[in-house]
Design a protein around this ligand. Structure first.
Ligand code: SAM
Ligand code: SF4
Length: 327
């Protein structure tokens, strides 16, 4: 599928739930998300139908996210069904890692290829401050289990915030000396209204890169094809690589190849724009596969040229917060 700016759209992110077993301060309110009612969340059957049609239309990569995808019962069979599609889409998952130790082996055995684990600190008390729950040890166990299961290359995502965890950028970067991991630093994105950190505490990609360069000589790696938004670097002798994702400061919209499906059945052509296409109503009204193809192509058609996050001032109130879309 090509959009009106001639971008090839072949990547679908599916949020399988907006529920989570953590309460990261910048993503979830303490009390969790207001209950949308089970009936509003698409069944795995419905999610699969949309995914199948997207794959038939040329989507070749699917990422499962949330909320926390591993809290939804039945996820493993869903992964298995997606992997059995004749087109064999690449299947990946983004997780907070808490339940990964228990599920990594099975996920790999049904066909999951890789996981991205989100982790903002290596300090147990700080983990509890940021996520409002204990669990660092479990997450680390999940990371090692994913590596042992062969969910490779393993990617760690860290969002550095001044006065919260930015002093750990170097500790995270140094993990790449011993581990063949991709440790990625992501600019904070102000999309969650009252939960957002104030502008002065956000760390820009340029500042992150400066810290990374201060650790040891750093070589930038050439981009191989549409490598996604990360700029990748490597320290001499390191096993892994570090990445910087300038999500806000240098929007990479020109290379965006994504569509997002929310757990309640809306197709979202851009993470940062409110335009969405309702699939749940037609799905439940008995629409045909051709109708779904038209809706899917309609979402591709309204994909905006770029987002305007960097120009936005003040607190933005959006209909959906990050846990509702999946990042
Ligand atoms: N629960 C899973 C996890 O944490 O990996 C998947 C969903 S979570 C919404 C996906 C990613 O979005 C996480 O890496 C999280 O750190 C990131 N995220 C959430 N809010 C963010 C924000 N405002 N700016 C940047 N990243 C954010
Ligand atoms: Fe949950 Fe992920 Fe949001 Fe943290 S970032 S509250 S783990 S959905």
């Amino acid at each position: 599928m090509r959009d009106t700016f001639n971008r090839k759209i072949d990547y679908l992110r599916i949020s399988v739930t907006d529920r989570c077993n953590l309460r990261c301060r910048y993503c979830m309110p303490e009390e969790g998300v207001p209950s949308v009612g089970h009936g509003q969340v698409l069944s795995f059957e419905e999610l699969f139908r949309v995914a199948r049609i997207a794959v038939e239309q040329g989507v070749c990569k699917i990422r499962l996210t949330g909320g926390e995808p591993l809290v939804r019962k039945g996820l493993i069979s869903f992964v298995e069904r997606l992997c059995q599609l004749p087109q064999q889409p690449e299947l990946t998952l983004t997780s907070n890692g808490l339940l990964l130790a228990a599920q990594a082996g099975e996920l790999k055995s049904v066909g999951l290829q890789r996981v991205n684990v989100s982790l903002d600190t290596l300090k147990p008390e700080r983990f509890e401050q940021i996520t409002r729950r204990p669990g660092l040890e479990q997450v680390l166990a999940g990371i090692y289990a994913a590596e042992a299961a062969g969910l490779l290359p393993l990617k760690l995502n860290m969002v550095p915030i001044r006065g919260v965890n930015a002093d750990e950028i170097a500790d995270f970067a140094r993990l790449t000396f011993a581990h063949n991991w991709q440790v990625r630093f992501i600019e904070f994105m102000p999309v969650s209204g009252g939960l957002d950190y104030p502008p002065e505490s956000r760390f820009s990609a340029a500042e992150i890169t400066e810290v990374l360069r201060g650790i040891a000589p750093l070589q930038e790696l050439a981009r191989k094809g549409p490598a996604g938004p990360a700029r990748l670097f490597q320290y001499a002798g390191a096993k892994g690589v570090v990445g910087v994702i300038p999500a806000v400061s240098e929007h990479f919209c020109g290379e965006c190849n994504r569509l997002r499906l929310t757990s309640d059945g809306f197709l979202r052509p851009c993470l940062f724009c409110e335009n969405e296409i309702d699939l749940r109503t037609p799905l439940r009204a008995g629409c045909s596969d051709d109708d779904l193809v038209r809706l899917l192509r309609g979402a591709v058609e309204i994909k905006p040229e770029r987002h305007h996050l960097a120009e936005e001032q003040g607190v933005q109130t959006r209909i959906r917060k990050m846990q509702g879309i999946g990042g």
